[in-house]
Design a protein around this ligand. Sequence first.
Ligand SMILES: C[S@@+](CC[C@H](N)C(=O)[O-])C[C@H]1O[C@@H](n2cnc3c(N)ncnc32)[C@H](O)[C@@H]1O
Length: 278
Amino acid sequence: MAAVTNGTDPAASGTNRGEEQAPPGIDVKTPSPARIYDVFLGGKDNYAADRAAAQVAIEAGPDIPRAARDNRAFLARAVRFAVESGIRQFIDLGTGLPTQGNVHEVAQSLTPDARVVYVDNDPIVLVHARALLPPSNTTTVIQADVREPAAVLDHPKTRSLIDFDEPVAVLMLAVLHFATDDEVRDTIKAFREAMAPGSLLVVSHSTSEGHGEAGVKAGDAWKNASVAIHDRNRKGIEALFDGFDLLEPGVVWVPEWRPDPGAKSDTRWMYAGVARRP
Ligand SMILES: C[S@@+](CC[C@H](N)C(=O)[O-])C[C@H]1O[C@@H](n2cnc3c(N)ncnc32)[C@H](O)[C@@H]1O
């Protein structure tokens, strides 16, 4: 297997974690989506099993780490767009390990009164998020499964920070591909019913579309992970927005969603779209 070339090769950097550094109760032998993604982003909160899994994806698609960074840049643009649209409250489903440009950092840099509920079902995300997030009355993190939307919507911390009579931005970035069609449909429906008119649904979603055999091989990275990956094409991802008004430019490759001037990336591993709740 060729060496990882994205600058995250643990042997090269010597910065990634050893199993002895794992927080108690964390299964480091089974690759986790949050930690595989952390490898792509050049983070250090990952373990040997995660790095081996990430390498399978990178072998198939050497620009997958760049696609992950493009996804983070999309997150920042979408949060900025939401704030400029007057939205002051965010629910970030499938938060991932804290990295640069987290939702509250982007939103509160523009409007300090922005409120953010982070949601993830991976205990390691909670360990790191709680350690990094200072106690705050504007930002909180809860451990819940997006496939059980009531557990998120009815959580006391959600209810204390989010006013469902006001527009809210619900972020589902790089998370829905970890759920089946039925689970995704039910989750989005539950959030749509809870969201006030004018709210935004923000989605990014991985795809193998256009990659042929390399796409199948990249998907093998999650074969032994704690949760399976579900491939969807552009049409399938557009269908996620049923019941919402999809905003321009529709569902497009992540770097093409309202790019910042001068942005050049052209990765083709994730689609993105933003829609308004009518
Ligand atoms: C690829 S990361 C994406 C992180 C971040 N949303 C982003 O786009 O940069 C996917 C995250 O979704 C979380 N996740 C996967 N399935 C989930 C579920 N059913 N409920 C809650 N979180 C989930 C994983 O633990 C991981 O942290």
